[in-house]
Design a protein. Structure first.
Length: 222
């Protein structure tokens, strides 16, 4: 009986130690999982993307090569023709949905149209000016009809006809170039009139009699 009591106490101590060790391992494992979860949540971040907004170029290269005949078959000689096109793309990205953005493309098309109209010469207006100059020179003995046309452009650019009837609108449209696509002398006369210059002094070589006749015709007609 005396030998059974220490054995029972030893078994009880071993069971208690096993329970304490199991509890300790469970607590440490749970704490480790919580720490790892917290660490993963802290280190997690969204994928970063770098957008390059610097000056770049697109280059297209086209080349043609053909061999030249040589007596020596162990050597070769080639001719190369290379053409290169370099295009600087816009730094602003163009997305596919921008093709349905009418304001963007309408404004771009309007700018292209204005540039094209400025580049192309207004042959119709130049032809009309040539006819007017020839007619005025036939009426003037000094052959200064071209100067009178420039004075008329200057005067009308400074003080246009009142647009109460179609003839006044036609004269304003003919004598005042809207775009810079005619000869420089007509553009200078227009700019001088808009700047408030004295047209009679700038174009003093215009015949006074011819100018009075032009004024009389415009006053009588309009």
């Amino acid at each position: 009986m005396n030998h059974q009591v220490p054995l029972a106490l030893l078994m009880l101590l071993l069971c208690g130690a096993a329970v304490v060790e199991a509890y300790t391992n469970t607590t440490l494992h749970s704490g480790s999982q919580d720490h790892n979860t917290t660490q993963l949540a802290t280190l997690k971040r969204n994928k970063r993307v770098a957008i390059f907004d610097g000056p770049g170029v697109s280059k297209f290269v086209f080349g043609v090569a053909h061999p030249a005949k040589l007596p020596d078959k162990e050597q070769s000689f080639w001719w190369f023709y290379i053409m290169q096109w370099i295009y600087t793309p816009t730094p602003i990205p163009i997305y596919w949905w921008s093709f349905w953005n009418t304001s963007t493309f309408v404004s771009t098309a309007r700018e292209w149209r204005m540039d094209l109209q400025t580049t192309l010469r207004d042959e119709a207006r130049s032809w009309v000016y040539d006819i007017i100059e020839t007619s005025l020179e036939n009426l003037d003995s000094n052959k200064k009809g071209a100067t009178c046309l420039l004075r008329a452009i200057c005067e009308v650019s400074q003080l246009p006809f009142e647009e109460h009837h179609v003839f006044g609108e036609l004269l304003n449209a003919i004598l005042v170039p809207k775009l810079d696509n005619v000869s420089e002398k007509y553009l200078h006369a227009r700019d001088a009139g808009r700047a408030g210059a004295d047209c009679s002094r700038n174009y003093v070589s215009c015949s006074r009699d011819l100018w009075h006749w032009i004024q009389k015709m415009t006053t009588t007609s309009f």
